[in-house]
Structure formats: structure tokens, C-alpha cells
Design a protein around this ligand. Structure first.
Ligand code: IPM
Ligand code: MN
Length: 334
């Protein structure tokens, strides 16, 4: 029927409410997408925590998924489901743009950063052990293969979106071997992209500079190991108003999962108060990834219009609108 099917992981807490907004807006905008809702609640198979087969099949078949927040248990005995998804599908690059929202005042104007995070290894490898009582080791695993593919992706991404510079963010002065490897591979790969300027910056310095004046980063793609990207992307999100406004895409060779980075907000779940903007903007990245650029443009313009007017915005942005009222305003603005 000429429609694409997209797997939808509604998620926990506010997930179903914000997913509903996406579905309503997409329907009103006649986006040629059918949603296939899947449950990724892990099952134990041979003593390992795995995603149910039906969910894996759905995402594999559809190539793209949109994902709401999944609660991450802290402590022993649980593997984060978010991480399991990234690893199961080998989603090696996590793309996190942060662009100022017109009409939403923060101490910074004109922020437009793009950060690409290695998404499968580093401190997230999950290799930890007790050496002796009171002494533990957490392994930061870095492989040439994972560095190469995320770095190549970053250069290609810069070229595709018309950014002229790629900057590797690292701490090779201290993590001499792991970040050193990342950095030397970055230098190697930069030779294949003579049209893109390459340089490197120490992570602590990037933090200082980004919060002092983010605008010099507006022509760059920042690329970095996993944990640095986790932390620095929240910092960049803070420049534009927080995780309620920032999208992300987990990109792999076989499939990609677009997700809101924020949590499941159990305190407001079910109350119709949540802001669906981050999930909506993630879905816009998804539409662009699928080549549905006209629909992406149309919905994004409507979202930005409603946010700029500031009349029908949710509580986190200082407004009084309920989730559904905000979605309705976006539909009217289409
Ligand atoms: C993110 C989140 C995840 C991460 C958590 C939920 C496991 O903070 O997507 O940035 O640490 O990567
Ligand atoms: Mn994070």
C-alpha cells in the first residue's frame, strides 16, 4: 500500500503518552508510515537477558524503529535495556544534535551543536570485576573496528549535512592507549576526507569552551568515545533547555533506532503533562533518515512554530498545556 512500517517501542512511564502525540501528528500530516508496536521487555534465555525474538524480528524487518524512554535499573543484576538494544542491533553511532529552540529563552542564543558518540563499547562494555576486596576494575574496551566505523560515519555525516569540520574529542593525555588509538584512527580516516577539516580537542577543554560560547561549534561535528559522548551530549542539551527538547538517532548498518534521550519521568506518568518534543524531533531525524524529507520539514516547522509562539507549551517549558493540547496545536500548525 505504499506505506513504510516502523517499529514503535512506546517505552515506560510517559512513553505511551508521548508516543500517542507522535501517532496523532503523523496521522494528521499524512505521513506514509504504519506503526508496529513492539514490546522489548527482556526475557531470560540461557541465563542471558535478551530482547524477545518478535521485537528483534520486527526491527530487523522494518530497518527503523522509534523508541520512547525505557527505565534503567541502577545496581546489580540488571543490564540496561537501552544498552542491550544498541548492542543487539550493533547501532555503532549515536547522533545527538542540539539546536536552539526559537522562543525558548536560555542563557545561550544560536546553539547548533552536533555530537556523534561511539555507541557500543568503551566504559559501556560492561566488563567489571572485583580484583580483591576493596579493589575493582571497570574495563574501557576500545577496538579499531568500532573506532573506524564511528569515525567514518562522522566524516560522512559532516559531508552529507554540509558541516565543514570534524573534531575528535578525547583525553589521550591520560587515557594514552585507548583514546590514543581512537585519535590515531581519526587522523588516519581524516585523510580520506580532504574536503573536511579535522582537528582534536581535549574533553575538559571542550566542556569549558562549549559552556562559555557554543557558537564556534556550529560548523563542526564532534565525535568521541562512548562515555564522553554520554556526558557531553547532556551538557549540550542543557544549553538549549534540557533533554525534553533534544533528539537522537542510534545508527547501524542493518537498522537504526531513533529515541528520546530523556527518562521515563514516572512522577508525571499517566497525567498527560509530558512534553513529546524530544520524541517528535527524534522522529523527524528518522523521517530524514528514511528520505521522507518533505514530511520531516512540514512537521518540524509546525513544532517550531508552536514552540516559538509559546502559547501551547507544556509545563517543563513554563507553559500550562497538556500533552494532547500541544499535539493538537502542532496539528493545527501543519
Ligand atoms: C543515554 C542514556 C543511557 C546511556 C542510559 C539510559 C543507559 O543516559 O542514552 O544517554 O547512558 O547511554
Ligand atoms: Mn545519557
Amino acid at each position: 500500500d505504499g506505506k513504510y512500517t516502523v517499529s514503535l517501542i512506546e517505552g515506560d512511564g510517559i512513553g505511551p503518552e508521548i508516543s500517542q502525540s507522535v501517532k496523532d501528528i503523523y496521522k494528521a500530516a499524512n505521513v506514509p508510515i504504519k506503526w508496529h508496536s513492539i514490546d522489548v521487555t527482556p526475557v531470560i534465555k540461557d541465563g542471558r537477558t535478551v530482547i524477545p525474538d518478535e521485537a528483534i524480528e520486527s526491527i530487523t524487518r522494518n530497518y527503523v524503529a522509534l523508541k520512547g524512554p525505557l527505565a534503567t535499573p541502577i545496581g546489580k543484576g540488571h543490564v540496561s535495556l537501552n544498552l542491550t538494544l544498541r548492542r543487539t542491533f550493533n547501532l555503532f553511532a549515536n547522533v545527538r544534535p542540539c539546536k536552539s529552540i526559537q522562543g525558548y529563552k536560555t542563557p545561550y542564543d544560536n546553539v547548533d551543536t552536533v555530537l556523534i558518540r561511539e555507541n557500543t563499547e568503551g566504559e559501556y562494555s560492561g566488563i567489571e570485576h572485583v580484583v580483591v576486596d576493596g579493589v575493582v576494575q571497570s574495563i574501557k574496551l576500545i577496538t579499531r573496528q568500532a573506532c573506524e566505523r564511528v569515525l567514518r560515519y562522522a566524516f560522512q555525516y559532516a559531508r552529507d549535512v554540509g558541516r565543514t569540520k570534524v573534531r575528535a574529542v578525547h583525553k589521550a593525555t591520560i587515557m594514552k592507549m585507548s583514546d590514543g588509538l581512537f585519535l590515531s584512527i581519526a587522523r588516519e580516516i581524516s585523510k580520506d576526507y580532504p574536503d573536511i577539516e579535522f582537528d582534536a580537542e581535549l574533553l575538559d577543554n571542550t566542556c569549558l569552551k562549549v559552556v562559555t560560547d557554543p557558537t564556534p561549534y556550529n560548523d563542526k561535528v564532534l565525535v568521541m568515545p562512548n562515555l564522553y559522548g554520554d556526558i557531553l551530549s547532556d551538557m549540550c542539551a542543557g544549553l538549549i533547555g534540557g533533554l525534553g527538547l533534544t533528539p537522537s538517532g542510534n545508527i547501524g548498518d542493518e537498522c537504526s533506532i531513533f529515541e528520546a534521550v530523556h527518562g521515563s519521568a514516572p512522577d508525571i506518568a499517566g497525567k498527560g503533562l509530558a512534553n513529546p518534543t524530544a520524541l517528535l524531533l527524534s522522529s523527524i531525524m528518522m523521517l530524514q533518515h528514511m528520505g521522507l524529507n518533505e514530511h520531516a520539514e512540514k512537521i518540524q516547522t509546525a513544532i517550531f512554530k508552536v514552540l516559538a509562539e509559546g502559547k501551547t507549551i507544556t509545563g517543563d517549558l513554563g507553559g500550562k498545556a497538556k500533552t494532547a493540547e500541544y499535539a493538537e496545536a502542532v496539528i493545527k500548525a501543519l
